[in-house]
Each structure stands twice: as structure tokens, then as C-alpha cells.
Design a protein around this ligand. Structure first.
Ligand code: ADP
Ligand code: MG
Length: 474
């Protein structure tokens, strides 16, 4: 099909496209151009819409999210009759991972002659998530570049990088686990983005366990299990997020088990995330549980103050707005539950500052996040921390308040002070008061000591990590 047969004024528009495209490298950078923009090709022009095609849905989504507005603007600078930009997907030889989108989403019937008709438009707003029947859409923000690495996630990060960069399958499956909001989904997407970018021919399917179940049940209902099996067993990399939801659903578990075995036998990579380790997953058959642990099991630990601060700094750097370091430190101290909550807090103070046009200060932050900070305080009290730490080290609760200086007692007390500071929003004097009326400088000394020991004493670092986990879930 030649372009000139299908649209009005097409040849001239193709020239506009080509000349504008030649400027993309300077506009977006050489790497971005090579990876994402060079493969875009002109298709046609009609009713003010310039239609270009991308070789995969994945690329289309990326361009759509990251560059389409600028592309449209530069086209319009050259030719004001271009009112909108449509990016369709024209896959090359590789099988379609995603089935055709529902027709209700497609409001351009005149594009029906272009196969396959997965399309999107700059001017019609972004599409809803997860339209692909087999896999789910990836979030363009969830890349390795945007992932801040710290002690709690370094193993999971290293494993994720290794799997996405390796040419040979080394650990199969890769099993990532950790509590909510700690970055599992972010890492999964980052792996998928990376593989798609470096090996565009590899078929990567990312989806949640729920979606896997849903599709399986649908296949059963429509008596289509053969093609379901074929589809899933022919992928190069299968990624299932939130695997804990598969537990207990017998037939889906069985099906997953077969798919899993088939892929692993063919040396295709399987990556799984869950909120707990294979051993702790409930409702799972033993043979499944043991196979899940065959590859590499990497956990993401609860955040540390340093990681939280690092994430806030990295996010703040990307904003136009200036956020004082003190405010970031304050947030990192106060909001210790998970990163999602931390991001939410940052977004709220930024939105507020932009609305009222005032500088961000600790006071304004306290005010804007009143409810959140109160909830954090309520969630955990110093009493609970003291109780847990005393139990853990097998000392008496009363020793938290006592003046005993023996290390076996003083150290747990210092740890409890440290946790009180990092896991509640109480001030140093308030904490001191709760520890037998100690002065705030004693608390400060304890924080300093524990901070020092954390990096030199592995067993203390592990104790802290474990205590933090226990306290977060109480
Ligand atoms: P999970 O899947 O473990 O519940 P997510 O991956 O959805 O958590 O992470 C929650 C939010 O926190 C996301 O917006 C994610 O981008 C962000 N996030 C998590 N870990 C990091 C990190 N190490 N660096 C930057 N952002 C992170
Ligand atoms: Mg998740």
C-alpha cells in the first residue's frame, strides 16, 4: 500500500514528516532518537490527522508518553494544518502480543484499513491501562534510571539488572518479594523496558497474577484453553506481578505450573514478584513452592532513612520547584511506611505549594500533611516499640526506662530510641521523656551510635531490619 493512495495531500505531508523527523535527534538526543524515534514511519494524512506507525505497541506507548506532544508541536510549526498525531502499531514479523483493542476505544474507523489496528492519538487523551488482552501496559516512569538503589533493595536491583542484561538465562525463575510500596512493580517494569529496548525481538509479557487468572478463566469459559496455552508458552520472558493472588486458586495454579515448567524447560525467563517468599506463600502446592525457589529469590527490605531521603532527593531534583533539604529530611524521618506513601506526601506538598504559590517549609509541610502524620503517629507508639525491642532482646520492659548501663541493656534501649525516631513523628525530647525521662542529647547520642553501628555490625543491622519489619506489620 503506497502512502499516496490512501490520504488527501499525502506526499506533501510525508515531506513535512521527514523533515521534522530529521530534527528529532537534536531535540530528543541521539540515544532516544535511535531507540525510539528512528523506527517511526509516516503512514498517511487525513482530516487534519497525521498518522505514523511504530513497530510495536511497546514503542508506541513509549513515544506516546514521552515525546508525542513535542512531536506534534514541531510538526505544527512547519505545517499548521496538522491538528493531531495518531500513532498506530504495525507489527513486523513478530507475533502480536496484544490483541486488538476494543473498538470502543478506536474512534477512527477510517483507519481500519491499517493492520493491526492498535492506535492511539495525542489529542484524545491517554488510553486506559491494560487494554492488551495478554499483557499489561508498562509505566514509562518505572525504569532502572529512575530507581534509587540503597541497602534495602540492592540485591533485588542487582538481580533485576542481571536478568535484563544477561544474554543467557542464569537464574530461573527470578523471584522478587517484599512488602507493599517498596518497588517490586517498579523493578519488574524496569526489567521489561530494558529487555524490550535492547532486544526488541524478544517477546516480553508482563501481567499481574490476577490478570493471568482472569484470562485463564475466560479461556475456560470460551473453551479456548489451547490458544491460551500456546500464547503463554511461546513468550521469551514471562513476568507475573503480585503472585500471592494465585495461591489457593487450584485450576489457575495448575495452569500456571504447566506454563511455568514449559517455559523453564525451554530456557525462557520467568520473573515473579510477590509480597512474601515462596516458603511463606499460602495455599500453594508444595511442588510449586519448591520450583519457585529454584532460581534466585531476592527480597526487598523495608526502607531505611537513607534510602527514603535518596528517593526524595532524586524526585525533588526532577521538579522545577525548590524543596529545602530540611523538608526532605523531615519527610524521610516521618514517613517510614513505604515509598508509595512517601511519594504521595511529596506530591501533596508540591501541589499545595504550586496552588498557593508559597515556599515549602517544614511548617507548611506539617500543615499540609497533618492527617497523614497523625495517622503515622497513631500507627505506632513508643510503647509498642519498647515492648517489641525488649521481647526481641529478652530484657525486661522496665529496662527501657531504667538507668542500667550494662551493654546488654543499654544497646537495646538505644535501638528502641533509634526506632522511635525513625518510625514515629515524635521529637527528641518527647522520646527522651518516654525512656525514663532522659535528656534529648542522650537520644541524639543513641541515634548517632546506632547509625554508626549499623554500617559496621552486620548482626545489629539485621536485628534492626527485622525489628522494623515486625513493627511495620503490627
Ligand atoms: P510494590 O509493587 O512493591 O507495591 P511499587 O513498585 O508500585 O511497589 O512502588 C511504589 C512507588 O514507589 C512507585 O511509584 C515507585 O516508582 C516508587 N519506588 C519504589 N521504590 C523506588 C526506588 N528505589 N526508587 C524510586 N522510586 C521507587
Ligand atoms: Mg506492585
Amino acid at each position: 500500500m503506497t502512502a499516496s493512495k490512501i490520504g488527501e495531500d499525502t506526499p506533501a505531508k510525508e515531506t513535512v514528516w521527514e523533515s521534522t523527523k530529521s530534527g528529532f535527534s537534536a531535540m530528543f538526543g541521539e540515544d532516544c532518537y535511535k531507540s525510539w524515534l528512528a523506527p517511526l514511519t509516516f503512514k498517511k494524512f487525513f482530516s487534519g490527522r497525521l498518522v505514523i506507525s511504530a513497530p510495536s505497541r511497546f514503542m508506541r506507548d513509549w513515544v506516546q508518553t514521552n515525546c508525542s506532544k513535542e512531536i506534534l508541536l514541531s510538526l505544527q510549526k512547519v505545517d499548521s494544518s496538522i491538528l493531531a498525531l495518531d500513532i498506530i502499531v504495525e507489527s513486523s514479523s513478530r507475533p502480536q502480543l496484544f490483541e486488538k483493542e476494543s473498538s470502543s476505544l478506536s474512534n477512527h474507523n477510517s483507519l481500519a484499513d491499517l493492520e493491526p489496528a492498535i492506535e492511539t492519538s495525542v489529542d484524545s487523551g491517554s488510553e486506559e491501562d491494560s487494554q492488551g488482552v495478554m499483557g499489561s501496559r508498562l509505566d514509562p516512569r518505572y525504569t532502572f534510571e529512575n530507581f534509587v538503589v540503597g541497602q534495602p533493595n540492592e540485591l533485588a536491583y542487582a538481580a533485576a539488572r542481571r536478568v535484563s542484561e544477561a544474554d543467557k538465562v542464569t537464574f530461573n525463575p527470578l523471584f522478587l518479594y517484599g512488602g507493599v510500596g517498596l518497588g517490586k512493580t517498579h523493578l519488574m517494569h524496569a526489567i521489561a523496558w530494558h529487555i524490550q529496548t535492547t532486544h526488541p525481538k524478544r517477546r516480553v509479557v508482563y501481567l499481574s497474577a490476577e490478570k493471568f487468572m482472569y484470562q485463564f478463566i475466560r479461556a475456560l469459559r470460551f473453551k479456548d484453553t489451547v490458544s491460551f496455552k500456546e500464547k503463554f508458552r511461546s513468550v521469551d520472558v514471562l513476568m507475573i506481578d503480585d503472585f500471592q493472588f494465585i495461591g489457593g486458586k487450584d485450576s489457575t495454579q495448575e495452569e500456571f505450573f504447566h506454563t511455568f515448567n514449559a517455559l523453564v524447560d525451554q530456557n525462557h525467563q520467568v520473573i515473579i514478584s510477590a509480597d512474601r517468599s515462596p516458603t511463606d506463600l499460602e495455599g500453594l502446592e508444595d511442588r510449586m513452592r519448591s520450583r519457585l525457589g529454584w532460581g534466585l529469590v531476592a527480597d526487598i527490605h523495608p526502607t531505611t532513612y537513607e534510602l527514603r531521603l535518596g528517593i526524595l532527593q532524586s524526585k525533588a531534583d526532577k521538579l522545577d520547584l525548590k524543596i529545602p533539604e530540611k523538608v526532605l529530611e523531615f519527610l524521610a524521618y516521618k514517613i517510614s511506611s513505604n515509598i508509595r506513601e512517601l511519594e504521595g506526601a511529596l506530591n501533596r506538598i508540591v501541589a499545595h505549594a504550586m496552588l498557593v504559590g508559597r515556599e515549602i517549609t517544614i511548617e507548611s509541610t506539617q500543615d499540609v500533611l497533618k492527617d497523614l502524620l497523625r495517622a503515622t503517629d497513631r500507627r505506632l507508639s513508643i510503647d509498642e516499640i519498647q515492648k517489641k525491642v525488649a521481647e526481641y532482646y529478652n530484657i525486661r520492659l522496665a529496662d527501657m526506662h531504667s538507668s542500667k548501663r550494662a551493654r546488654s541493656i543499654a544497646r537495646p534501649r538505644q535501638i528502641a530510641m533509634y526506632l522511635s525516631k525513625s518510625m514515629t513523628s515524635l521529637s527528641l525530647p518527647e522520646i527522651g521523656k518516654k525512656f525514663g525521662g532522659r535528656d534529648h542529647t542522650t537520644v541524639m547520642h543513641a541515634l548517632k551510635k546506632v547509625n554508626e553501628l549499623k554500617s559496621s555490625d552486620i548482626s545489629l543491622a539485621e536485628d534492626l531490619d527485622l525489628l522494623q519489619r515486625m513493627l511495620q506489620t503490627c
